[in-house]
Design a protein around this ligand. Structure first.
Ligand code: ATP
Length: 236
């Protein structure tokens, strides 16, 4: 479904990505793990059209999409739950969800149906539908960010650091939801600093260091590799 070839990205003169190759197949959950500053968010931003790649290709089902603007990417089936959640604090839960469907210009009926689907998956959001997003807990805000992305009915859901700053029990809850989404057939690219969790939750994984893919393979194999465990998983 997604094929990235020789992708490079720069911030001014500084190069952040150095010729990445990566593939995500339909229905797969693929993890992208690596330390702070490895380039994980930059890759997702390139996919969403938030950062313009300086070279290489991004293809979705064969179509060349690199360099297109974000709203176009959303209409082509990509949606991002960003690092730090970035919910609209002064809008209600329901309004945040509606914004997630904005780029699709859905008729009211379909928008309402989309919200019902999200509420079915995240009952906590339904309970708090009228509450201001800024007053939600961290875990609830993460659910809202994911729900908002799902409102765009993505073919490929991009999750940037869904567990960041959350207590272990809440992280368990978020990963259970990711697992449910995957089982329902959603294709997911999951970015995480928590490599052990990401590998446990995915089919295959890419390890990124200093803007380069240094290893990739079946997540179960990577989890079991002693050298990788020492290098990437640390005490995790
Ligand atoms: P983190 O988990 O901390 O977000 P990351 O793996 O997602 O890490 P990126 O945020 O993609 O890493 O950053 C990759 C590199 O690009 C880093 O060296 C970072 O300092 C640099 N970078 C990221 N955003 C910008 C920006 N807006 N301007 C300049 N440099 C940037």
């Amino acid at each position: 479904m997604l094929r990235i070839a020789n992708l490079t990205a720069h911030y001014g003169a500084a190069q952040a990505l150095f010729g990445l190759d990566l593939e995500v197949g339909k229905g797969e959950t693929v993890a992208l793990v690596g330390a702070n500053g490895a380039g994980k968010s930059t890759l997702l931003k390139c996919l969403m059209g938030l950062v313009k790649p300086s070279g290489g290709e991004i293809r979705l089902d064969g179509e060349l999409v690199s360099g297109r603007p974000p709203a176009w990417m959303v209409r082509r089936g990509l949606a991002l739950s960003p690092e730090g959640r970035e919910v609209f604090a002064h809008l209600s839960v329901e309004e945040n969800l509606e914004l997630g469907g904005l780029a699709l210009k859905l008729p009211k009926k379909e928008l309402a149906a989309g919200k019902q689907e999200v509420f079915a998956r995240f009952p906590k959001l339904q309970e708090r539908r009228a509450q201001l997003a800024g007053t939600l807990s961290g875990g609830e805000q993460q659910m809202l960010a994911m729900g908002r992305a799902l409102m765009a009915r993505p073919r490929l859901l991009l999750l940037d650091e869904p567990s960041l700053g959350l207590a272990p029990l809440i992280t368990d809850e978020i990963f259970a939801i990711i697992h449910q989404l995957a089982r329902a057939g959603t294709t997911i690219l999951l970015v995480e600093q928590n490599a052990a969790r990401a590998l446990s939750a995915s089919d295959k994984a890419y390890l990124l260091a200093n803007g380069r893919i240094v290893e990739h393979g079946a997540s179960a194999d990577l989890l079991g590799d002693p050298a990788l465990r020492a290098a990437f998983l640390g005490a995790a």
